[in-house]
Ligand binder design. Structure first.
Ligand code: BTN
Length: 278
């Protein structure tokens, strides 16, 4: 309780002095209470992309749970080579190194695990209801607030490591947000404590990861279904030159989206973009 009051007073002081709270190692690890996620943090004011930094560290032997954080990115990237806008001190830009014992085909479950963890953290730390749009978008009131980029290094039958990249718009002002997107601040109508959101996110990722290790993907898939806004809707899925319209039926154990078209044929998408049809 006393810690929460101190955190609150610190945030108020930082806001009134115009100096944002930093996501520094000390701020993050204080009161984190995780076993391995975020116990080792590499923190930067500015990088090209936290994905590249994490890739460099993992090839040098960085351990599971190592976190790479930056206050801004000059070349933040999203899925399919898109740009991830990363204004300084406004959002959370992180890459997390994981080394699960899984097949390459099972890797998408970690995008789901991250999605669920983000929704849980937003609920707990900002009291907002976030939802998941397949495959990797986090939305609030149908506007994108965050995204996940999962990159991996694997042999045919084993993943060597995963790097989970998460971008979350926290205190971004409307002027700096691309159309169709939002931030926690815009939704909550008040400044959000980024440190608190990040700590909660790391706790949730660890809890969900431990649940996955114990019980397999079932729990993650169940939570994902609860948070998703894709299933049951009429959607248009685009992948390369292919466009299919139909009903989003379910996800399968490998994270693929199953869509039934109007002829009753079921298409399975392992990647793609979803738009909702009327
Ligand atoms: C998407 O919505 O397409 C995924 C966006 C992922 C952005 C994050 S920000 C931190 C990490 N570093 C990057 O360059 N990208 C991810």
């Amino acid at each position: 309780m006393q810690d929460k009051i101190l955190d609150f007073l610190k945030l108020k002081q930082e806001i009134s002095s115009g100096h944002p709270e930093e996501l520094s190692c000390a701020n993050i690890t204080h009161q984190l209470h995780t076993r391995f996620i975020g116990r080792k943090v590499y923190y930067f004011q500015k990088v090209a992309s936290t994905m590249d930094v994490a890739m460099q560290w993992v090839t040098k032997g960085a351990c599971e749970g190592t976190l790479v954080l930056a206050e801004t990115q000059t070349k933040g990237r999203g899925r399919l080579g898109r740009i991830w806008s990363s204004p300084k001190y406004k959002g959370i830009y992180l890459s997390l190194i994981l080394k699960p014992k899984i097949l390459p085909s099972e890797a998408p479950i970690f995008t789901f695990l991250a999605s669920v963890s983000i929704c849980e953290a937003i609920k707990e730390a900002a009291e907002l209801e976030a939802r998941i749009k397949w495959p990797n978008d986090i939305l609030i009131k149908n506007k994108k607030v965050g995204g996940i980029l999962t990159e991996l290094d694997a042999e045919m039958d084993a993943v060597r490591f995963l790097v989970i990249g998460i971008g979350l718009n926290v205190n971004n002002d409307m002027a700096s947000i691309v159309s169709g997107a939002t931030s926690l601040k815009e939704q909550k109508k008040e400044e959000i404590n980024r440190v608190e959101v990040l700590r909660e996110l790391l706790r949730r990722i660890e809890a969900n990861y431990l649940a996955f290790q114990k019980d397999g993907p079932r729990v993650i898939l169940e939570k994902w279904r609860d948070y998703n806004i894709t299933l049951g809707k009429r959607v248009r899925v685009s992948f390369h030159q292919e466009h299919i319209e139909g009903e989003a039926l379910d996800i399968d154990i490998d994270g693929a989206l199953l869509v039934r078209n109007d002829s009753g044929l079921i298409h399975k998408f392992t990647a793609g973009d979803v738009t909702f049809c009327r």
